[in-house]
Ligand binder design. Structure first.
Ligand code: NAD
Length: 465
């Protein structure tokens, strides 16, 4: 018996709805197997949708994100203890407004004497995405928009430390889909995520593609899983400042970037390399105009004893998670220093080998490294980036130097004469993403990244010119 399409779709909707948990939240399941099987059912519905229908759901996700930006920002700061509410609101607004949707899904065509050939972007199916604690809901929303535009559904292995925020976002996304006439469970996850449930997802035969946004342990796990993996890993972005830069603006741009969401973004300035001619002037502007606290050697030593502890939680050995994403005032308070009003960042001059300079701290402590000249600065910046090929920034008006720097650093992102966040389309041109595939080379991911290429050939026909 052949059932009409609309009846099949209705049955599918009902089955997927029944698979949901009793918590009443959409897309959140007691275990990973159920989450994956629900995403598989909804993917069949999504794949049959036309692009206009996908776009309708995406428009609703964007609207819901704007509506809940404040709630999500508060939730994330409260749950993770990291970041800054005002900046997280901006991050959600940016995600809603600048994450590419169906317009990113394009077709290439060759038409000629021998016929017509198309290369189309097709879905992978169900994508497994692992998300960080530093941008939990932004990554989930951004990933879902791109993956859905490409015709996929997604199962998230969210960071256990950001489960409430992540699951709120998943529920919000599915409500937005249902309200637009789409299926439930376009994004799925588990009630209580863990490294183990993440591993089940990574090994599951119904997951066609893995997208990892997080630190080095995660990226390694995904790239050794035996599946196709997109690895958006750690960075340690240096910002080089030479004597041709507008130093007042460089100080402002660097501190704006380095303090955004308390330095949590992977693209944020994590170290500065300043040429000897201008280092004092640059630091003068930072301390007198940009709310920087110049820490003494003794204060830096005390901070070191607070910021680094024994390895924990599978994260970078030695980084005290209680300090990650904290404000400069909170960090200073931890060593008994009352920060002056308006303090945004802690700065000090140090060697590139200083642990605060060479490690990715994700907190507003910025070490400034002295360079003897441009060549020395370039070498130091390359060393500090550790070959992550993630992000690097430069403040210079010398185009030849900028070009040399770009080639030597070879990073997915290079921001010139602006705060690092200009790379995400915030005060700069271009689209937004919270998954920057530094390790595997896709760069700033978008809907097209989450598709596979398919060639469709008609020989000796359909060329009608
Ligand atoms: P994290 O690596 O601690 O966690 C990220 C995710 O990976 C979590 O869901 C976690 O549960 C999981 N995970 C961690 N180790 C794992 C392992 N060995 N096997 C399987 N899963 C594992 O990262 P975080 O602290 O939440 O986020 C900060 C890190 O992520 C920083 O290093 C930052 O640079 C990076 N990051 C990169 C991007 C990017 O686009 N490249 C974006 C955001 C964050």
């Amino acid at each position: 018996m052949n059932l009409p399409e609309n009846v099949i779709q209705q049955i599918v909707k009902e089955v997927t709805a029944r698979l949901q948990t009793q918590s009443g939240a959409n897309g959140i399941f007691p275990d990973m197997e159920q989450a994956i099987s629900a995403a598989k059912v909804s993917q069949r519905v999504v794949q049959k949708m036309n692009m206009e229908q996908r776009e309708k759901i995406i428009a609703n996700i964007r609207a819901a994100t704007l509506e809940h930006a404040e709630t999500l920002a508060h939730m994330a700061v409260e749950e993770t203890g990291m970041g800054n509410v005002a900046h997280k609101i901006l991050k959600h607004q940016l995600t809603a407004q600048k994450t590419p949707g169906i317009e990113d899904i394009t077709t290439r065509v060759w038409s000629g004497d021998r016929g017509l050939t198309l290369v189309e972007m097709a879905p992978f199916g169900v994508i497994g995405a692992i998300t960080p604690s530093t941008n939990p809901s932004e990554t989930i929303i951004c990933n879902t928009i791109g993956m859905l535009a490409g015709g996929n559904t997604v199962v998230f292995a969210a960071h256990p430390g950001a489960v409430k925020t992540s699951n709120f976002a998943v529920d919000m996304i599915n409500r937005a889909s249902l309200a637009a006439g789409g299926p439930a469970n376009i994004a799925c996850t588990v009630e209580t995520p863990s490294i183990e449930s993440g591993k089940i997802m990574m090994q599951h035969p119904d997951i066609q593609l893995l997208v990892a946004t997080g630190g080095p342990g995660l990226v390694k796990a995904v790239l050794t899983s035996g599946k196709r993996g997109i690895g958006a890993g750690a960075g340690n972005p240096p910002a080089l400042v030479d004597e041709t830069a507008d130093l007042q603006k460089a100080a402002e741009d660097i501190i704006n970037g380095a303090t955004f969401d308390n330095n949590l973004p992977c693209i944020a300035e994590k170290a500065v390399v300043a040429l000897v001619e201008i280092i004092d002037e640059l630091m003068h502007y930072m301390t007198t105009q940009q709310g920087c606290y110049l820490a003494s050697e003794a204060e830096i030593a005390k901070l070191e004893s607070v910021v680094f502890t024994a390895p924990s939680g599978g994260h970078q050995p030695g980084l005290n998670r209680k300090c990650v994403g904290k404000s400069a005032a909170d960090l200073l308070e931890m060593i008994g220093v009352k920060a002056p009003d308006g303090t945004r960042c802690i700065v000090f001059e140090g060697a590139k080998e200083h642990p605060f300079i060479k490690e990715e701290l994700m907190m507003p402590i910025l070490g400034i490294v002295r360079a003897a000249g441009f060549d020395d600065g370039l070498e130091k910046a390359v060393w500090l980036e550790h070959g992550y090929r993630h992000s690097a920034h430069i403040h210079s008006k010398n185009v030849d130097r900028i070009t040399r720097y770009a080639k030597a650093l070879d990073t997915a992102i290079l921001v010139k004469n602006a705060p690092s966040y200009a790379a995400l389309g915030f005060g700069g041109e271009g689209y937004c993403t919270f998954t920057i595939a530094s390790k595997t080379g896709e760069g700033l991911t978008s809907a097209a990244t989450f598709t596979k290429q398919r060639r469709c050939v008609m020989s000796d026909a359909l060329c009608i010119r």
